[in-house]
Design a protein around this ligand. Structure first.
Ligand code: PLP
Length: 177
């Protein structure tokens, strides 16, 4: 397999030219058959393809592939919340679900900004927090990003929807909104 990676915001380290094919517990194998100890662990601390994890994922997606927990919770969603509450027994604590480390970092930064009412984030050289909004902004590793590191202010606007116009008093023919 080619080691030419597509260019996106993520730049793969050229000094590490392997393609990972499969993994089991603490080991991974490259497409050319070499075996490596997986120290990349990072967000996936459960190891690779553990049978219990795999069967649990299979069982879950066979029942329900995806439904927003914001609309209605599902059983595993509730059970996970209960288990997490036991681990962090803080009175009145809320739980935020995230699917990636980047998402968790984003949320943690938003929460920190909200609770401290401060806007500046201090991050450390060599740190890596992810590839989404705030998490990317607080990851100083130049090689990791090709997009500007700062999030600019957001301006909110209604959708330009003439069928459900947010400006009912306006005339569509001469709409200046
Ligand atoms: C400390 C830390 N934060 C955030 C991330 C980003 O996680 P993800 O790749 O799941 O978005 C990682 C991933 O390696 C990480 O190690």
């Amino acid at each position: 397999m080619s080691h030419e990676f597509p260019t996106g915001i993520f730049k793969c380290d050229p000094s590490f030219p392997i393609v990972i094919e499969r993994g089991f517990k603490a080991e991974v194998w490259s497409s050319d058959g070499r075996r490596f100890l997986d120290f990349s662990g990072a967000a996936t601390s459960l190891g690779q393809t553990h049978p219990k994890v795999v069967s649990s994922i299979k069982e879950g997606v066979e029942k329900l592939t995806g439904f927003s927990g914001l609309l209605a919770p599902n059983e595993p969603f509730i059970k996970l919340g209960e288990e997490l509450s036991k681990l962090v027994p803080v009175e009145g604590a809320s739980i935020a679900y995230a699917t990636t480390g980047s998402e968790a970092s984003d949320f943690a930064i938003q929460l920190a900004k909200y609770s401290t009412k401060r806007s500046v984030i201090l991050s450390f050289y060599g740190a890596y927090h992810g590839l989404t909004g705030y998490s990317l902004m607080s990851s100083p590793t130049e090689g990791m990003r090709r997009v500007p590191p700062r999030i600019s202010e957001t301006v909110f606007s209604p959708y330009p929807n003439c069928f459900k116009c947010p400006f009912p008093a306006s005339d569509c023919e001469d709409c200046s909104q």
